[in-house]
Design a protein. Structure first.
Length: 103
């Protein structure tokens, strides 16, 4: 299962609140139509992996992605004038390549 940093968890919660998500909804990490990663607000489905904070779904990982992302870490690094903001998907161990940006 993908791991979440505290910054990513806080940003996911902020997104859920700002989009008036219902208590059973979380941010879904899924594949889009062309095979890239996308995020939407949704409820967990059968086969999904769910990361909860305070017993509320924060991140829902589509079942077909859960194994592929098992060695990854979702982060939301602080923004700087030289770096655009957004979620990043890095490796748990020392990276073998650059992080993938989501969004």
């Amino acid at each position: 299962m993908v791991q979440l940093t505290d910054r990513a968890s806080a940003e996911l919660r902020r997104l859920l609140v700002s989009h008036l998500a219902r208590p059973q909804q979380g941010v879904r990490l899924r594949l889009n139509e062309i095979g890239g990663l996308a995020m939407t607000i949704d409820v967990p489905h059968s086969g999904d992996s769910v990361i909860r904070r305070d017993n509320v779904p924060v991140l829902i990982v589509e079942g077909r992605l859960a194994f592929r992302l098992s060695q990854r870490v979702l982060d939301f690094p602080p923004t700087t004038p030289s770096a655009a903001g957004g979620f990043t998907l890095g490796w748990r161990s020392p990276p073998s390549g650059p992080s993938d940006r989501i969004g």
